[in-house]
Structure formats: C-alpha cells, structure tokens
Design a protein around this ligand. Structure first.
Ligand code: NAI
Length: 449
C-alpha cells in the first residue's frame, strides 16, 4: 500500500510547497531488499564517541567490519554516531560524550543512525550510577524524537557482566546500524548473556537452519519467509487452506514447503512436527506470525469475536509451543521462537480489547517461555509492530489510516520487510543472548512509547 502524502512531500513542486508551509515531511527510509543483500552496512563514517576499554573494543570490531570508523570528526556528513556510555559511575560522566555528540547531530545524513551502548542497572548499583544509567534511557528516547531525515536512535543495553563484544551485543549493534532496522527507533535492546556465536558469513547467518512461519501466505508472514530464506534458512510456510494458492506461490519463490493447516486445529502441532521431522529432520526457528483482528468496543463485543481472536492469536501459539517443548530433540541447537505482538498489546487501543488482550498475552507468554527455552539453548522473543502497511491496515478507513500512519517519530507506516528483518535478526545465531524481550518495530510510535 503506497503512502501518497509521503510521495508528494518528497517530489517536485509539492515538496517545495510542503517545505514552505512547514508541513510534516516524512523521509523515504533506506530499506533492505527482502531478496538480496548488496547494500552497504552504513552510508558514511561511523563516529565512536567515548573513551575506555569498551569504546576501544567496539571501534576495533567496527573496523573489522570494514566501516570507516572515526573517534572524532570535524566537517562532512556522518553515517552513524555510536555513544559509549557503559562505564558511567555518576550522571556527570555522560557530559563528555554528550558534548561531542551535540555538534555532530546536525551532520547526521539521511537514514543516519545513533546507537547508544549502555548497561542495565543492578540492585547493587549506587544511587549515582543508577541515576546515570536511567538517565541514558531518557537521552536515547529523546534523541530518537529529535533526529530527522529518516534517522533513528536506539540503544543496546548490556546486563551486568555481559561484555560489549558478546555476540548478541555486536549482533544488535550491527542490526541497529544497518538498513534492516529502518523502522526501529527509540528502543533499547537488552542483552542478557554472552551466549551465541557470530556467524561465519554475515550474509547467511541462518545457513543450515529450518524455520516454520505461520500465516506465510501474505503480508508480514510472506516477507518473513523471504528474508529468512535470503539469510540462508529453509522455510516451511503454514496458512489456512483458503490461502493455499498464495501460500504455494510464496513457498515456490523461496524453495520452501507449504503446509495448509488451520493453526487453531488441535491436530496441527503434531502434524506439523511430523512433516518437518520427515522432510528436514530438525526445526530451529518458529515464527508465530498468523494473527487476526475482530475489532469492536467492549460494549459491543460478541462471544465469537472475543473467542476467535484468542484462539488464533494466543491459544494456537500456546499449543504449538507445548508440543515443541516436549520434543527438544527436534532442535539440537536450541529453538528460537519469535511471536508477533503489537503496540496495541503494549498501550491498548480503542476498539481492540480482544486483540490487545491477545497481543499483551503474547508478550507475557514470551517472558515466561524464555527460561524454559534457555534450558535447551533456545530463546523466546516477541516483535511488536506499530502501524505497518498491509492488507490488515488497508481496511482501516482512509482518514483514520492517514492519521494512524503519522503517529510515530518517523511520521509514516512501516513496511512488512521492516518487521521481517527484526524477526530474522532475533532468529540468528548471534542473538542467543537476547531472551524474553519484545522488540518494537514502530518508528517510536506515540502509543506507549
Ligand atoms: P494479514 O491478515 O495480512 O496476514 C495474516 C495471515 O495469517 C494470513 O495469511 C491469514 O490467512 C493467516 N491466518 C489467519 N488465521 C490463521 C489460522 N487460523 N491458521 C493459519 N493461518 C492463519 O496480517 P499482517 O498484517 O501480515 O499481520 C501479521 C501479524 O502481525 C499478525 O499477528 C498481526 O496481528 C501482527 N501485526 C500486524 C500489524 C500491522 O500493522 N499490519 C501491527 C501489529 C501487529
């Protein structure tokens, strides 16, 4: 679905008019191609600000990635700013990095990146350190609201004892620097352990892995299938028989296997496990993407609308998870479960009490699954999209849709590929140290931001 307003304010005469009248001008974001990766990781120099061992380690890694790394810069356009704030002991310690970052903000190019590295506070921290670390969160969330021309600002938050060179920390930095995180802004990604390995080939981190994607016939699910395939995975797509034709077409495109099944059917988990075992002998990634909306105010809610949404969005996921937890031999390297939540589940949304119940439920279920999966080297994480341009959101009345699109710091809707990139990042071997988290792909949506 195209965003006419965004196209108008970015071309010809209408661009000039929009500029003259000070109208909001959402930028065209630098995005990935779900079918191929040939774009540079960052467009322009990456300036790593801060001193200390962590800053040196990260700068060295970025050099290994063949980026143009600087520790200071005067003049010229900046591709990304990395603010090293992991070693703060008191609020005043942040000032030096902030002093250096300020003048460089204006030099940040289109779709530029600000990535903050920081630590989660612990109960043992002094009040001064706790204040400093909490302050950093206020900093990156505000910067995300200040950057322009499609730039984003996010943080990698390391738990106590986790090194800046942990695979998940480096994986998160790489994801947040790249175009893969085009619609992720104002977020803090928690890295809770040193688990995981860096991929031998960054372009194929999922080589040799098998992934199941539910609701893969269209929209976000179809893009998830394409991106996982691009990253090297073999993909099994599941969708209802009524969507059989489009499912077959997506699976043909990615050389995958199509399974027509209603995920609410009690026999589906066993059937799916049997087919995957027979065909591939293993299952590494499960993406719970299938979901439905049946919007009504609670005052007008019908028993069927409530129950059908709970059945698809929550109960079906739970029964599949239970079956897979009982068959750990199918996932020798640990199972990665990634569930689609929603910003409606975080902030609530008028007319969506049933949907928000299920999407908040997905976030809770993910948190509780995380330690259970960790016992077998697996992880459970959720991705919460904000407004994404799909057939689901195309059904929203035109005026309401125009407003809904602009309610985030990037002033536009996300694309299915943006969500797919976040899912694939969490499915990758380098993300093993990220567990129980909900990553929002919402352009820093105002709802619950
Ligand atoms: P969509 O409606 O375009 O696609 C959903 C797919 O799931 C369809 O192919 C459908 O046939 C399949 N499906 C539905 N019920 C099923 C069942 N019982 N068994 C098997 N397959 C079933 O939806 P879209 O927009 O691609 O959303 C995908 C996920 O992302 C959903 O979980 C949705 O709640 C979530 N999401 C979407 C947002 C958006 O703005 N589009 C925002 C936030 C979350």
């Amino acid at each position: 679905m195209s965003d006419t307003y965004l196209n108008l304010v970015n071309s010809g005469l209408t661009k000039k008019i929009a500029k003259q009248f000070g109208l909001p001008r959402p930028a065209r974001l630098r995005r990935t191609d779900p079918k191929s990766i040939d774009a540079p990781l960052v467009t322009g120099p990456v300036v790593v600000l801060g001193t200390g061992a962590d800053a040196d380690t990260l700068a060295t890694t970025l050099l290994d990635w063949e980026l143009d790394v600087r520790r200071t810069m005067r003049g010229g356009r900046v591709g990304a700013l990395v603010l090293m704030l992991t070693e703060l002991t008191a609020p005043e310690d942040a000032a030096e990095v902030v002093d250096q970052a300020g003048p460089l903000m204006k030099a940040l190019g289109p779709s530029g990146r600000v990535v903050v590295l920081t630590r989660a506070a612990t109960e043992q921290d002094s009040p001064a350190r706790a204040a400093a670390l909490a302050g950093v969160e206020g900093l990156w969330r505000s910067v995300a609201k200040e950057v322009r021309y499609g730039a984003t600002a996010n943080a990698v938050v390391l738990r106590d004892g986790v090194g800046v060179d942990a695979p998940a920390a480096l994986g998160a930095v790489r994801f947040l620097l790249s175009a893969r995180s085009a619609f992720v802004s104002g977020q803090g990604l928690q890295v809770s352990s040193d688990a995981g390995t860096l991929p031998a080939d960054w372009t194929k981190p999922l080589a040799g892995k098998v992934a199941v994607v539910t609701g893969a016939a269209r929209g976000i699910g179809a893009q998830i299938a394409r991106v996982l395939h691009r990253e090297g995975a073999q993909v099994v797509g599941v969708d209802v028989p009524a969507a059989g034709e489009s499912l077959a077409s997506v699976m043909n495109e990615v050389g995958g296997t199509a399974i027509q099944a209603d995920i609410t059917d009690e026999t589906t988990p066993a059937r799916l496990i049997e087919r995957v075992r027979e065909r591939y002998g293993r299952l590494d990634v499960l993406v719970h993407n299938a979901g439905i909306t049946r919007d009504k105010l609670l005052a007008n809610m019908t028993p069927d609308r409530w129950r059908s949404v709970v059945a698809v969005n929550l109960r079906a996921q739970a029964q599949m998870n239970e079956a897979l937890l009982a068959t750990p031999d199918l996932s020798p390297d640990g199972l990665r479960i990634i569930s689609l939540a929603s910003t409606s589940g975080i902030a609530g949304n008028r007319g969506q009490s049933n949907y928000a119940f299920t999407k908040a439920g997905v976030i809770g279920m993910t948190r509780s699954l995380a330690p259970l999966l960790a016992e077998h080297s697996g992880t459970a994480n959720a991705v919460a999209p904000g407004f994404i341009e799909t057939e689901m959101t195309a059904r929203i009345p035109a005026l309401q849709r125009q407003v809904a699109r602009r309610l985030n710091s990037l002033q536009q809707g996300g694309k299915p590929v943006d969500v797919a990139e976040a899912v694939s990042f969490l499915a990758s071997p380098q993300s093993a140290g990220i567990n129980g988290q909900t990553l929002r792909v919402c352009g820093q949506h105002l709802m619950g931001a």
